[in-house]
Write a protein that binds this ligand. Structure first.
Ligand SMILES: *Cc1c(COP(=O)(O)O)cnc(C)c1O
Length: 411
């Protein structure tokens, strides 16, 4: 679809549905969704920096409307470069259709607004991203959509919370910062049995580590700002699912307008090319750093699903290729200030929110995200004073470990 009115037969042929066996994650990351021959004989996809698209004459407009020719019309409804990224994301997840948004939150809002009406209810696992739950609790409720949350991975509690009005079951996996791992097959099965749509926010696992759609989940959502973009230089989000369920989402996006600039879409396409390579390193660094921290005398506890000590290690080992770069740990006998001293003493990870980029990041959740919360609220969210969250980048594990060692020994 990038340049002509006719569907492009070369589209996706390198790594798409016409291939006899489905390509591996690296091949898909590099080639899926892209035409074999591109405008100007360019190897890389061009950036179509255009807000609007022209027609040669009036008849062409009428043909476009009546015969639904696949071409662009206006930037809010689509851009050729954005479609390439959407096809690549759909291929990576093994889904029929991806819709790209300006951020992960725009994707969540777009999905829920497209499918929920007054009188419907949504049930969340309670460790989901706090802004996602806040949107439902404070805002969707104003439009008559009910909101409930139950303890994460308590499938019986989730089933008990389902009523005839329930429209969506929502979870994240792994969760942040506790890294609880949802058994996606069990979650999907619950939705199917009770005829409720299921959504997994798979930002932390990426399609490299887990394929929720293959497990039967209806929708996968990503903050592409994190691992998919991978370079801490863009914001984007996506929802992926069956075409019949994604069409209303695409139509609403065209009205709400939370779209990416063509330049941003290209940046995401470029980042995605190395997804599999980067994830291998994030997985290896996360595990190496978690093992080191678990053996350090100043560390009270480490949360990482790849460690045997993690409460969801078995589910992770059974369902995930790797556990990513996020590691949460607790400093022994330390109040928030002594914990902050450790954060301030590291030299390689920068101090800041977010995760999933090539640069390691470190933060104290109490300070970064929960400073204005009451002690009761922090306790409810299990945000402890001595908790540190490190998002391992793709640096050398030995360097990250040596840096953490000096920070722990010096403070
Ligand atoms: C960051 C994040 C979001 C929100 O995405 P944005 O791109 O920042 O809007 C949603 N879910 C998870 C799990 C995230 O980490």
């Amino acid at each position: 679809m990038p340049t002509t009115n006719a569907p492009d037969p070369a589209r996706s042929s390198a790594a798409g549905s016409s291939a006899t066996s489905s390509p591996g994650p690296s091949t898909a990351a590099v080639h899926a969704g892209e035409a074999r021959q591109k405008p100007g004989f360019s190897l890389t996809d061009p950036i179509f920096a255009s807000s609007t698209y022209t027609f040669p004459d009036t008849k062409s407009i009428i043909d476009f409307i009546e015969e639904k020719h696949p071409r662009e019309e206006y930037g809010r409804y689509g851009n050729p470069g954005e479609r390439v990224v959407e096809d690549k994301l759909a291929a990576l997840e093994g889904g029929e259709q991806a819709v790209l948004f300006a951020s992960g939150m725009a994707a969540l809002v777009g999905l829920l607004m497209a499918h929920c009406s007054a009188g419907d209810e949504i049930v969340f696992f309670d460790e989901c991203y706090h802004r996602s739950r806040e949107f439902c609790r404070k805002h969707l409720t104003r439009f008559g959509v009910g909101f409930r949350e139950v303890k994460t991975c308590d499938y019986a509690a989730m089933e008990a919370a389902i009523t005839p009005k329930t429209k969506f079951l929502v979870s994240e996996s792994p969760t942040n910062p506790h890294l609880s791992v949802v058994d996606v097959e069990r979650f999907a099965d619950l939705g199917r049995r009770r005829r409720v749509l299921t959504l997994i926010d798979a930002t932390l696992c990426t399609p490299y580590n887990l394929k929720p759609l293959a497990a039967g989940v209806d929708f996968v959502l990503h903050s592409a700002t994190k691992y998919l973009g991978g370079h801490n230089d863009l914001l984007a989000g996506t929802v992926i699912g069956r075409t019949e369920l994604m069409e209303p989402v695409r139509n609403l996006r065209g009205i709400m307008g939370g779209v990416n600039s063509p330049h941003n879409a290209y940046l995401l396409e470029r980042g995605l090319k190395t997804l599999a390579l980067r994830m291998e390193r994030h997985n290896a660094n996360g595990l190496a750093v978690a093992r080191f921290l678990e053996s350090h005398p100043r560390v009270e506890r480490v949360l990482y699903p790849g460690l045997e000590s993690h409460p969801f290690h078995d589910v992770a080992a059974r369902t995930m290729r790797g556990c990513g770069g996020l590691v949460t740990f607790f400093i022994k006998d330390s109040d928030w200030r002594r914990t902050a001293d450790v954060v301030d003493a590291v030299k390689i990870p920068r101090i800041g929110p977010s995760l999933g980029g090539v640069e390691s990041l470190i933060e104290q959740p109490l300070v970064m995200s929960y400073w204005n919360y009451s002690p009761q609220e922090r306790q409810a969210f299990r945000i402890h004073d001595n908790m540190i969250r490190m998002a391992c980048g793709i640096e050398d594990a030995d360097d990250l470990i040596a840096d953490l060692a000096q920070a722990l020994d010096r403070t």
